[in-house]
Write a protein that binds this ligand. Structure first.
Ligand code: AMP
Ligand code: MG
Length: 422
């Protein structure tokens, strides 16, 4: 492609186009046991106060603090409350009740003396070796959260702790956003499957497995359509199949070479190409297209049991450069934005500021994403060997973002980085 940089969209302009794509995330109801990793489509609300009663935080003795202004003091033990039980009588002056961690406080008691601060003083009698203050070692009813309060916002990802919260309020089923169904296709006469021996001029298809993994990490259900030769008929057939998904990713054949058939086929199939060129390095040949009208997902009844890809249009297409690092970077930086919206959450870019371990040269006219190693504070730029260099990418856990025409930066300067999700 020989476009002057000014003819290409900037990354920010491309993101704005992606943010306008009509999307309506599908919602499905799943058992909480099956909800891990999904995002909530509705908030989780407290069904009652938590804790639901004044709760002892210690194994020990429930007491009236007025009885324990001096230590030691002896009290009559009038009962025992285990976790899961409630006292049937209230505590009178001069009395204590044995109580276990997590058990409800008896009426009349306002403090707990830990068992470590007690001695037996005969049958049903205890000697308490510490004074007591009202409220000590008690979690008050509602002190964690009040009935009706929102505990998990819509869009929250359900991981271990969030699942525990949902379980605690009895959300046996939850409404979550369905994962986008996406398909991955590579094109190129030179490609052979990974289990075949390539001829002298051939290479193994490494993009499919990379993109499948990255897209799964980004929250998609992925169908691997393998690779097809640079044959317009075969490419068209595979693209038609892929367009049944929410999003089709095609890598290779995207530029202006004699065998770069993909853009024309997409247009022939009625795909409206919203982005065709991009000022990003690596990754100039980048396509985003929409096929069909309305919002993807609108009016669709989605069931986790329904086949994926889903049969209803419209669909989105990303045309990615064949060069592996380019397709990786474009997917992570750009396509992830649409995936996030289709999954019901806003992908707020999580930029991190880091200090350079080594100087960087002046950047050219395209926004540059340079593989790097980030250790939590310092970022080490890896030597850029070009957009085919997956070997360096495989050592990276972050990308340094260089704005268009950025000046050279010395070691120690602050730069913006994007973490590679793991
Ligand atoms: P293209 O975008 O089709 O011009 O391809 C650009 C470069 O990426 C070429 O060197 C291709 O051989 C390489 N390439 C294309 N597709 C793949 C793939 N699926 N796996 C690995 N390399 C690829
Ligand atoms: Mg090619």
């Amino acid at each position: 492609m020989n476009d002057a940089p000014a003819d290409l969209l900037t990354v920010d302009q491309a993101l704005a186009v992606l943010d306008e794509a009509p999307v309506r995330p599908r919602v499905m109801r799943v058992k909480l046991q099956d909800a891990e990793g999904f995002r909530l489509a509705a908030p989780v609300v407290a069904d009652r106060d938590y804790p639901p009663f004044d709760k002892s935080l210690m194994d020990g003795y429930a007491v009236r603090s007025v009885d324990l202004q001096a230590a030691p003091t002896e009290l009559n033990v009038v009962g025992e409350i285990a976790a899961g039980q409630s006292a049937s009588v209230s505590l009178q002056p001069g009395q204590a009740m044995a109580i276990m961690t997590g058990a409800p406080m008896p009426d009349g008691a306002d403090s707990v003396v830990p068992v470590e601060d007690s001695d037996s003083a005969g049958p049903n009698r205890v000697r308490l070796l510490a004074t007591a203050q009202a409220g000590r070692f008690i979690a008050r009813r509602g002190s964690d959260c009040a009935a009706g309060s929102v505990l998990l916002e819509k869009g929250t990802k359900l991981e271990a702790a969030q699942l525990a919260v949902a379980a605690s309020i009895g959300a046996a089923e939850v409404d979550v956003f369905a994962r986008p169904c996406v398909a991955v296709l590579s094109t190129g006469d030179e490609l052979v499957p990974i289990d075949q021996t390539p001829g002298p001029a051939q290479i193994r298809n490494s993009n499919n497995i990379m993109l499948v993994a990255l897209l799964r990490r980004l929250g998609c259900d992925v169908t691997d359509l393998g690779s097809v030769n640079d044959d317009p008929k075969l490419i068209r057939q595979s693209i038609e199949k892929g367009l049944q998904s929410d999003i089709l990713f095609v890598s290779g054949g995207m530029s202006m070479g004699q065998y770069d058939f993909v853009p024309k086929i997409l247009i022939d199939l009625g795909v409206d190409l919203k982005i065709t060129k991009l000022r990003i390095k690596p990754g100039k040949p980048f396509i985003f297209g929409v096929k069909g009208q309305g919002a993807r997902g609108e009016g669709q009844v989605y069931s986790p049991l329904a086949p994926c890809p889903s049969p209803l249009a419209p669909a989105f297409v990303f045309g990615l450069p064949g060069n592996p690092v380019s397709s990786f970077v474009c997917t992570l930086r750009l396509c992830s934005r649409l995936i996030a919206r289709m999954s019901g959450w806003a992908n707020l870019d999580r930029w991190i500021s880091a200090k350079l371990s080594a100087p960087l040269e002046t950047n050219g006219p395209r926004e540059f994403y340079q593989p790097a190693v980030f250790d939590g504070s310092i970022v080490q730029p890896l030597k850029w060997k070009g957009s085919a260099d997956i070997y360096t990418l495989a050592m990276a856990n972050a990308l340094i973002v260089r704005p268009e025409n950025a000046p050279a930066r010395p070691a120690g300067a602050e730069v913006k980085i994007l973490e590679i999700p793991s």
